[in-house]
Design a protein around this ligand. Structure first.
Ligand code: FAD
Ligand code: NAI
Length: 515
């Protein structure tokens, strides 16, 4: 039955009260989290007799491990040239100012301050690992250096989570002339260069040919990094540059070059087609079956494989070149691999067993992009591996604890017979627990799905759904992409900042000033 006006008013009043209460609850909860973040419990110093666990890196793998680890069980030392964690999935958005770079960085000092027992952090790069002497050499390569900038750190247990570097395949000119997209500094450099190209193209008397070149943005590599960046770049031009610098905007062009027959090779066929069609609508030029062979200061030289099997050599002038052709092994990993005979056949990183132990070593584990465990080099894999090691180490510490307690009780039982029944009962209980703890299953990756932003407020998603797979693309997927990444941000602070950045760039446009 239709509610009477009085009843409707009452219902609306209640609905309003409920909304008000939930909003107040949400604000209250956020304030509580923020307060807790700002006022962590006092930390205690770890026991110096415990084992020294050295963790290299502050990326997805290492930070997931740190989050899970009970630091009171070890003397934990973290070494990384980066004193922050970087939320890489939103890095392409920093290149155009949709998101400010600090919004996706979380200081490692804040992360470590929230652990129960203190953790030592050294901002330095591990330069070599000696698995025989159980020592790592570290170097402070930062701008400011003290009297000591090189030292050695001994370890009992070592976790290597140093990630990977950019692959260039030795192609001439790539390192000298292109921008990469892996670190915060890369995103900042790209943001600066985009605006430099625009302002230089708009310079009085600029030749038509030069405007054409400067406004041509070339992306090499049609994996998720290249695709997401190309989408962000096109958005930037459509939504901001076109309005602010209209005289040069018709000359703007994005070209995506990919050696394989299609972009996003790891996504399903339906989403590959959807992405390529969306790019065509967005006027992003996709050149597939095109392998870049050489890069100069102003041109890219590539070889196109024609359908008849022939090859065509092309020279493409560019203003900005972004190189996104995947991962290569870091020098420290290559160096370690030469020291371990069991690693001689490994090419893409440190081969690990199902417990992530580096094959051919003792007490060394590897996680993330520097490890070869049979999975793709993604944040999802790295964080699940870190999480697994955290649980493994917590269990190992508990095992040692239980074993020494059992030993102590057994020797007490031998000496004094009075409390033996009680001690035997306690031993039985501990042994039961020990069996459960020791029954640690090997690492198994659980794939949650892949997401990628493709521009024009559209995204593609290949997600696990019940026992199958759901492939979807479009504006609703874009909303899903945004909410998924917002919820995955490291901290409440990151979440609030990212949300504010999205609102800010929507309301006021992206900031085009060149720092
Ligand atoms: P990283 O996160 O790269 O961390 C490596 C750490 O080691 C860093 O702190 C580094 O400073 C440190 N380090 C380097 N050298 C040394 C040394 N010699 N000594 C000590 N420390 C060292 N994956 C997804 O699953 N979903 C996504 O949406 C996604 N988006 C991405 C977007 C971009 C632009 C990029 C570049 C990658 C993206 N990835 C994504 C991939 C993901 O970021 C990586 O797989 C992940 O970062 C790997 O984690 P990691 O811990 O192995 O290494
Ligand atoms: P990638 O390895 O996935 O793709 C690189 C592409 O470059 C390949 O398709 C390759 O064929 C192409 N290429 C290589 N050399 C070339 C040349 N000379 N000329 C033209 N094309 C060339 O690398 P990407 O995109 O950097 O990703 C690295 C890892 O990070 C992947 O595992 C990826 O899944 C993950 N990632 C995931 C994201 C997501 O899920 N949204 C976003 C970004 C990265």
């Amino acid at each position: 039955p239709k509610p009477k006006p009085g009843k409707l008013r009452r219902t609306l009043r209640w609905a309003w009260r409920l909304t008000y209460l939930s909003a107040a609850g949400l604000v209250g909860y956020t304030c509580y989290i923020v307060y807790q973040d700002r006022h962590p419990d006092p930390q205690f110093e770890p026991d110096p007799t415990k084992k020294t666990l050295v963790i290299l890196g502050t990326g997805w793998g290492s930070v997931a491990l740190l989050k899970k680890l009970d630091t009171e069980n070890y003397n934990v030392v973290v070494v990384s040239p980066r004193n922050y964690f970087l939320f890489t999935p939103l890095l392409p958005s920093c290149t155009t100012g949709t998101i400010e770079h600090r919004s996706i960085m979380e200081p490692v000092r804040t992360i470590l301050r929230h652990k129960k027992a203190a953790v030592k952090f050294y901002e330095a790069e591990a330069s070599s690992i000696d698995p025989d002497r159980k020592i790592i050499k570290v170097v402070d390569n930062s701008e400011i250096q003290g009297a000591t900038c090189e030292t050695e750190i001994p370890y009992d247990m070592l976790v290597i989570g140093v990630g990977a570097e950019n692959a260039t395949f030795g192609i001439p000119g790539v390192r000298e002339h292109s921008c990469f997209l892996k670190e915060i500094g890369d995103a900042q450099q790209i943001r600066k260069k985009i605006m430099d190209c625009v302002e230089t193209a708009a310079f009085k008397g600029q030749t038509s040919e030069e405007i054409e070149r400067l406004m041509h943005m070339v992306v090499v590599g049609g994996g998720p990094t290249g695709v997401e960046f190309a989408g962000e770049l096109q958005d930037f031009f459509e939504e901001d540059i076109k309005k602010l610098v209209p005289e040069i905007s018709p000359r703007f062009k994005v070209t995506l070059i990919e050696a394989l027959p299609n972009v996003l090779p790891s996504f399903s066929k339906q989403l590959i087609d959807y992405t390529e069609n969306t790019f065509r609508e967005e006027k992003i030029d996709i050149k597939t079956k095109t392998m870049v062979k050489k890069v100069t200061e102003t041109t890219v030289e590539a070889e196109i494989s024609r359908p008849d099997g022939g090859k065509e050599h092309v020279v493409i002038p560019y203003g900005l070149l972004v190189w996104a052709t995947g991962n290569a092994v870091r020098p420290i990993i290559k160096d370690l691999m030469t020291k371990i005979p069991a690693q001689k056949d490994s090419r893409r990183g440190l081969a690990v067993n199902e417990y992530l132990v580096v094959q051919g070593t003792r007490d060394i584990w590897a996680i993330g992009d520097c490890a070869v465990a049979g999975y793709a080099p993604t944040a999802q894999v790295a964080s699940q591996e870190g999480n697994f090691l955290g649980r493994l180490f917590n269990n190992m510490a508990k095992t040692e604890d239980h074993e020494s307690r059992i030993q102590e009780l057994s020797s007490r039982m031998n000496l004094q017979s009075g409390n033996s029944a009680e001690a035997a009962h306690e031993i039985e209980r501990l042994e039961k627990q020990l069996r459960r703890i020791k029954d640690i299953k090997p690492f198994r990756y659980s794939h949650q799905g892949s997401l990628a932003y493709i521009g024009s407020e559209k995204a593609v998603a290949d997600v696990s759904w019940w026992n199958g797979n759901l492939a979807t693309g479009g504006s609703m997927t874009y909303l899903f992409w945004r909410s998924a990444y917002l919820s995955m941000c490291f901290s409440t602070r990151n979440r609030v900042l990212v949300l504010l950045d999205w609102l800010k760039s929507k309301a006021f446009g992206r900031d085009v000033s060149r720092e």
